[in-house]
Design a protein around this ligand. Structure first.
Ligand code: AMP
Length: 249
């Protein structure tokens, strides 16, 4: 069973985003970048399937600039066998990524395609769903548990009031939720080993995909700064403040 995992390079979740002064986007100069946290969870799950003897090969795929090689090396250090970079300097929107991933799915024919439920930079939560539609494959989004039972995939999802379990034939697309697993700490020996693993690069043109953006970002703004709070002396002062200010009581 071959597993393909899509991993995106994003601004590290610990870094406070800086908006460019002209509002045209984020200033990523010298900013720390990392693998999208949900993709790290997806990669961990794929590697666990391999370690359990369920998967035979794990392929990591990233679309973006040459720097996405670093993200792919992290995926290889977690335990992917090989990596593919679809290299482009173009701004990639979810539909373009879904088309690129569909092209790779066509070449690689994986049995299971894992993605994060959402990228923490664009918060789109679209790519997995779009890929499923384009590739005509079943999808289970927001997976909190995943197992393979014979020919079928079982996916548990957290829904309002409980858990839902879906069964799907393979190939299938699954997007990972936060509680699917806790990714491992990547050790230095595995980082060293990852340097020697194969990383193939291809272009959107070679895959026959037009990645031109369909949406235009009009403006990005910082959230308005929160006003400082006030200290109250006792509970009755707090209640008075709440009655007067928030009008909640
Ligand atoms: P999004 O729809 O942008 O919220 O992204 C959902 C998931 O799609 C991410 O968690 C990744 O698994 C995958 N994805 C999005 N963009 C890329 C990219 N440029 N390269 C590889 N995978 C991506």
């Amino acid at each position: 069973m071959k597993v393909m995992v899509a991993v995106k390079r994003v601004l590290d979740y610990n870094v406070k985003p800086r908006v460019r002064s002209d509002g045209s986007g984020l200033d990523l100069t010298n900013a720390k970048m990392s693998m999208n946290p949900f993709d790290e969870i997806a990669m961990e799950e794929a590697v666990r399937l391999k370690e359990a003897g369920v998967a035979t090969e794990v392929v990591a795929v990233s679309c973006g600039t040459v720097q996405s090689q670093e993200t792919l090396r992290t995926a290889l250090a977690i335990g992917a066998d090989r990596a593919i970079l679809v290299e482009t300097n173009a701004e990639l929107q979810p539909l373009a990524v879904a088309k690129l991933l569909r092209a790779i799915v066509g070449k690689e024919a994986p049995d299971l395609i894992l993605l994060g439920k959402q990228a923490i930079d664009d918060d789109a939560n679209q790519t997995g769903q779009m890929l499923a539609a384009l590739a005509g494959l079943p999808q289970a989004t927001f997976a909190s548990k995943l197992s393979v039972e014979g020919e079928r995939l079982l996916v548990e999802r957290e829904v309002d009031g409980g858990a839902e379990t879906l069964a799907s034939p393979m190939p299938a697309i699954v997007t990972s939720d936060l509680r699917l697993n806790e990714p491992r700490y990547v050790t230095l020996p595995s980082i060293m080993k990852a340097k020697k693993k194969p990383l193939e690069t291809m272009s959107p043109e070679a895959l026959g995909v037009d990645v031109a953006p369909r949406l235009q970002t009009v403006r990005i703004e910082e959230p308005t700064a929160r006003k400082a709070g006030v200290r109250v002396s006792d509970v009755s002062a707090l209640l008075t403040a709440l009655r007067n200010e928030a009008k909640v009581l």
